[in-house]
Design a protein around this ligand. Structure first.
Ligand code: NDP
Length: 242
């Protein structure tokens, strides 16, 4: 493996993103972790891991350009992009307002455009790139109260397949990971009785660990994973198979 490759992980300071940042660093990549609002968590993360953080909103195209420029200045051109940042703003359709819809679409799906558009020219010029987009089991199955989130995550899976076709001739692979329920702050906000019912439907009998998802990312971004593109890797403890 080439250890000089530069990897950017959006939402890389907490939860699944943190585990991805840590795993990439341990494997020898030069890692930049992005975040948006939680400075305290970001500072703690850098203290613990030594990975530098870059604060910008992935829903904002201009901010992404500025953020990636700073990363490129500090670490070098981006070879690996992990579009991991995501949020939920749940509510049934008849109670959902436009802000809930727009925030989730722009943060989860718009961010993939904003970040990929920013790094794609450099990847094409250097004829190498690895992009991993974090989707969700709920983008594959749909979920009550998550029209916005399921639409955004389902969109990620289509986005991935289209960009994979465009990148193939330039040695840029584009894949998605669809995590099942993983024990992070996002899932801890689910009411305990609902969570118990969810765990009962997971054949391996537990929530995922952030490290379970990071393992998949490491696999997909390797230099010699160049024949794997346009794929969705489901990591969900057997909860959804198709
Ligand atoms: P967390 O809520 O634990 O962490 C989210 C991270 O994303 C934080 O670092 C946060 O930064 C960052 N972030 C949020 N909004 C923005 C933004 N606008 N710009 C930049 N960074 C942002 O999430 P998880 O680790 O649980 O989820 C990670 C990804 O995995 C998401 O895409 C999620 O949808 C997906 N996923 C998660 C599942 C789960 O069970 N946890 C299941 C399936 C998919 P800050 O600290 O500043 O808020």
């Amino acid at each position: 493996m080439t250890t000089s490759r530069v990897a950017v992980v959006t939402g890389g300071t907490r939860g699944i993103g943190k585990a991805i940042s840590v795993a990439l660093k341990a494997a020898g990549y030069r890692v930049a972790a992005n975040y948006c609002g939680n400075d305290e968590a970001a500072q703690e993360f850098t203290k613990e891991t030594g990975v530098p953080t870059y604060k910008f909103d992935v829903a904002d195209y201009a901010a992404c350009k500025k953020g990636v420029a700073a990363i490129t200045h500090d670490l070098g051109p981006v070879d690996i992009l992990v579009n991991n940042a995501g949020i939920t703003r749940d509510g049934t359709m008849h109670k959902m307002d436009c802000d809930q819809w727009n925030a989730v679409i722009n943060t989860n799906l718009g961010s993939c455009f904003n970040m990929c558009r920013t790094v794609i020219d450099g990847m094409r010029d250097r004829a190498f790139g690895r992009i991993v987009n974090v989707g969700s089991i709920n983008g594959q199955m749909g979920q009550y109260g998550q029209v916005n989130y399921a639409a955004a995550k389902s969109g990620i899976h289509g986005f991935t397949k289209a960009l994979a076709q465009e990148g193939a001739g330039k040695h840029i692979t584009v894949n998605a990971i669809a995590p099942g329920y993983v024990d992070t702050d996002m899932v801890r906000s689910v009411p305990p009785p609902v969570l118990e019912k969810i765990i009962a439907r997971i054949p391996v009998g537990r929530l995922g660990r952030a490290e379970d998802i990071a393992r998949g990312v490491l696999f997909l971004v390797a230099d010699d994973a160049d024949f794997i593109t346009g794929a969705t890797l489901s990591i969900n403890g057997g909860q959804h198979m198709y």
